[in-house]
Design a protein around this ligand. Structure first.
Ligand SMILES: NC(=O)c1ccc[n+]([C@@H]2O[C@H](COP(=O)([O-])OP(=O)(O)OC[C@H]3O[C@@H](n4cnc5c(N)ncnc54)[C@H](OP(=O)(O)O)[C@@H]3O)[C@@H](O)[C@H]2O)c1
Length: 278
């Protein structure tokens, strides 16, 4: 429902383009959406936003019980269908192909694919060995590549679809203590830009949402590890990190979910190969 209210509520500095945009009807009702990383902090917020829009979701990830708990807390799709939960390990191409197959059959097709999965670890550059880099790149970069391969092949056959990748603003503003995750994000943004040209003539768009730091257990864990390394408290480590990042306030997962929903919707029809920094 359109609502171009010009008057700001109580927190004027928090009224953003996203607030205006998201008061639009995103026309996502009964869209068939596959969401990978559905039980993560951002994944849960994205699932909630999309379920509230009436979509039919397939929730993918490794931890089936955690995903069932997410699904149980969501309203059914606009036509009353329950959301699907499918096990998927991004480390294994067969697991990915089976999960996408299952989702496609159950939903009756895939209109939108969203990747919000990832795993990252920080550290001082000269203390991160090959194994640490490989662990970091394995899920976020190679896992996303594997699932993109599976999904894009199907979408190009049906000549339609939208793909949204949750990357990270560390691609543009790398923190020296979190370089592996930043490198994975930078590679993903390059792939989004390049793959967009391949997909465009085939009716498929691909875009990225690049969050800065978001309030999440992931960030807490990274800050705790950084605090131990630097001999400060987690609060001090977080304050120093925010100062380096140039942000005054951590975003909420819902802020990120709004932009993912925008890219999933027809409002983004003419956008591809781009990225929004949140
Ligand atoms: N939180 C932030 O501040 C922030 C900022 C910028 C970018 N990001 C990016 O946003 C994404 C999500 O972040 P988050 O905070 O929501 O992370 P999170 O809470 O740690 O969630 C990570 C998700 O990835 C899934 N996952 C991990 N390994 C997997 C594997 N091998 N196969 C399938 N799924 C796997 C997890 O599912 P299972 O538990 O089922 O394995 C979980 O759903 C990440 O890529 C992160 O880099 C986050």
């Amino acid at each position: 429902m359109a609502n171009y209210a010009l008057w700001a509520p109580a927190r004027p500095w928090r009224v953003t383009a996203s607030d205006r945009l998201m008061s639009e009807d995103l026309q996502l009702s009964d869209h068939r959406i596959v969401l990978c990383g559905a039980n993560g902090t951002l994944g849960r917020a994205i699932a909630r936003k999309l379920a509230d829009e009436g979509t039919h979701l397939a929730l993918l990830g490794r931890n089936i019980e955690a995903m069932k708990a997410v699904a149980d807390g969501l309203p059914n799709s606009a036509s009353g269908r329950r959301h699907l939960v499918v096990q998927c390990d991004l480390g294994q191409q067969p697991s990915i192909d089976t999960a996408i197959d299952t989702a496609e059959k159950d939903l009756g097709g895939i209109d939108v694919f969203i990747s919000a999965a990832g795993a990252s670890q920080g550290g001082i550059f000269w203390e991160l060995d090959d194994a640490a880099w490989q662990r970091n790149l394995e899920v976020k970069l190679f896992g996303t590549l594997r699932i993109l391969r599976s999904v894009s092949a199907r979408m190009t056959q049906s000549n339609r679809g939208r793909i949204v990748i949750v990357a990270g603003n560390s691609a543009e503003k790398p923190d020296p203590r979190m370089l592996p995750g930043a490198a994975a994000n930078a590679a993903l943004l390059t792939i989004v830009r390049g793959l967009a040209d391949e997909l465009k003539p085939r009716g498929v768009t691909i875009n990225a949402v690049s969050p800065g730091p978001v309030r999440s257990p992931r960030l807490d864990a990274l800050m705790k590890a950084e605090a131990e390394r630097s001999g400060v408290t987690p609060e001090q480590a977080t304050a120093a990190f925010l100062e380096r990042s140039g942000v005054r306030e951590l975003a909420a997962p819902e802020d990120v979910a709004d932009y993912v929903a925008f890219f999933a919707s027809n409002l983004s029809s003419y956008l591809t190969g781009t990225s929004i920094t949140v």
